[in-house]
Design a protein around this ligand. Structure first.
Ligand code: NAD
Length: 505
């Protein structure tokens, strides 16, 4: 049974009173305190009030979790389980996440400030879909037999890398975790996973549901705590075989250094972006266009790695497009994330809100014009709310067009020719995503080919689905991709077995 019906505010409030939050580390199949009992506070970004205290893991806890994951990897309790049985457990887990989507969504909403309609209706079902999709592949992946010479047989098979660490951001806590958990566990690895310290709660409950679904002890471990302690300890750990990180480019690049300095663990990085939305002069459906443009930049408060933060628009339609996007904002109410009508909740914390507002100030000072938004609102709630903000007259060399703001801030940049549009789209150190809008199939194909980004949406803001890989060019990623069967490659080693046949007699 699924539980993805969006609760009204009264139902969420009542559910919150009954919630028994998981706040300890999850190691070797049980919840336990951090060594020394340290804890840290986690708050609700929509009220600024503390929700709970969470175990503050340290190096000793990372060691304990890695040791548990190593034991589980070495004795084969998971990797050597028959693929059909592994699949059944993971599918049961996915079903359980979906069946508990309401509870998990409410937890995610109070912990991350995200609208309840997104957490219950999208994040949890998508997390479940991801785990189920990879689980279902478990007993359908074949090895290969190489075309080796007569008298030999050569098999090429894939084996789990062993112990995989996941380091996860706060913007889609459950979904980003699922993008690692699904393929890494389906391919037989064991895991130690670290949520962002601002958003630890949903993953702890999801891990508990995994144990109830039958994931053996030690296969999935969760260590909560600060990034510069737990994240770095994982990055430097000599007994982790692969580290999958999603987060900022600034933090992500450290993992390459730590890998080089420790055991050359495989490092997979999904990083930031400054994605263009390119609108050509032949577009006609301005309402649909505006709905997509707004979704690309304002969904999840702009706290989205693939946010379309640069609107690169042909001069001939710019005024109409900006006006259409401004009108579309009537469909994007900002407010209490527990209200089902809300589409824009709170930014993750005070520090991040102040950072977003600093970028708005820089934009003004550098000569861009605020069309709408640009100030903190709903301050009386104690929450960290910034409304959709549109800057016109932006040049691509301005700070707001170059740096990832990670907030609801759209920069409008004009172009005249297709070549100029492509050059502007690619004039960024990032290359995660892009979208383009045109009625001309030739333009669509040419520009989709020429844009240097991992995912290009045509006539829609699109990231693909579970069947397609997701990852970036340039400073947006390194080493692999999330989603699709491509994600399986990065969590497996390739093994060749070369067999020399003896002649008969
Ligand atoms: P972040 O880099 O601050 O944190 C990500 C994770 O790293 C968290 O678990 C954090 O605790 C940990 N961390 C922080 N400092 C660390 C340190 N010094 N050493 C080791 N670990 C550390 O990122 P964030 O603010 O949580 O998330 C936002 C960023 O994530 C944005 O840049 C966004 O573009 C990116 N992101 C990318 C994707 C993608 O698929 N490419 C998806 C979502 C988010």
């Amino acid at each position: 049974m699924t539980d993805t019906l969006i609760p009204d505010k009264a139902a969420s409030t009542a559910a919150l009173e009954r919630l028994d939050l998981r706040t300890q580390l999850f190691i070797d199949g049980r919840f336990r305190d951090a060594e020394g009992g340290a804890r840290f506070a986690t708050e609700n970004p929509a009220t600024g009030r503390q929700i709970a205290e969470v175990a503050r893991g340290g190096a000793a806890d990372v060691n304990a979790a890695v040791a548990a994951a190593r034991r589980a990897a070495d004795d084969g309790r998971w990797s050597r389980m028959s693929p059909g049985d592994r699949k059944r457990i993971l599918v049961r887990w996915a079903d359980s996440i979906e069946a508990n989507a309401r509870e998990l969504g409410i937890i995610e909403t109070i912990d991350a400030g995200k609208p309840i309609t997104d957490t219950v209706g999208l994040d949890m079902p998508e997390a479940a879909t991801c785990i189920r999709w990879h689980a279902e592949a478990t007993d359908k992946l074949y090895g290969q037999v190489a075309p080796s010479p007569e008298g030999t047989i050569a098999t090429i098979t894939r084996e789990p890398v062993g112990v995989v660490a996941g380091v996860i951001p706060w913007n889609y806590p459950a979904q980003m975790a699922a993008w690692k958990l699904g393929p890494a566990l389906a391919t037989g690895n064991t895991m130690v996973i670290k949520p962002a310290s601002t958003t630890s709660l949903s993953l702890l409950r999801i891990a508990e549901l995994g144990a109830e679904a039958g994931i053996p002890d030690g296969v999935l471990n969760v260590v909560t705590g600060p990034g510069d302690v737990v994240g770095e300890a994982l990055g430097r750990h000599p007994d982790i075989d692969c580290l999958a990180f999603t987060g900022s480019t600034e933090v992500g690049r450290n993992f390459l250094t730590w890998s080089a300095q420790s055991n050359l663990k495989r490092v997979l990085l999904e990083l930031g972006g400054k994605s263009p939305q390119v609108v050509f002069g032949d577009v006609t459906d301005f309402e649909d266009l505006a709905a997509n443009v707004a979704l690309a930049i304002f969904w999840n408060m702009g706290e989205n790695c693939s946010a379309g933060s640069r609107l690169v628009v042909h001069r001939s339609v710019k005024e109409r497009v900006v006006e259409a996007v401004r009108a579309e904002l009537a469909n994007w109410p900002v407010g209490d994330p527990l209200e089902p009508a809300t589409r824009i909740g709170a930014l993750i914390n005070r520090g991040h809100m102040e950072r977003v507002l600093r970028y708005v100030d820089i934009g003004r000072r550098e000569g861009a014009r605020v069309v709408v938004g640009g100030e903190r609102i709903l301050e009386e709630t104690g929450g960290y709310f910034v409304p959709p903000t549109i800057f016109d007259n932006v040049r691509n060399d301005m700070t707001i067009a170059r740096e990832e703001i990670f907030g609801p801030v759209l920069s409008v940049i004009e172009f005249d020719t297709e070549a100029e549009a492509v050059a502007l789209a690619n004039d960024t150190p990032y290359g995660l995503a892009a979208s383009l809008y045109t009625n001309d199939l030739n333009t669509a194909h040419r520009v989709a080919r020429d844009i240097k980004a991992g995912v290009v949406g045509v006539n829609a803001y699109a990231e693909g689905d579970m069947t397609t890989p997701f990852g970036g060019y340039k400073l947006s990623g390194f080493g692999g991709h999330d989603k699709s069967v491509h994600a399986h490659d990065q969590y497996t080693e390739t093994k060749t077995v070369w067999i020399q046949l003896k002649p008969a007699g």
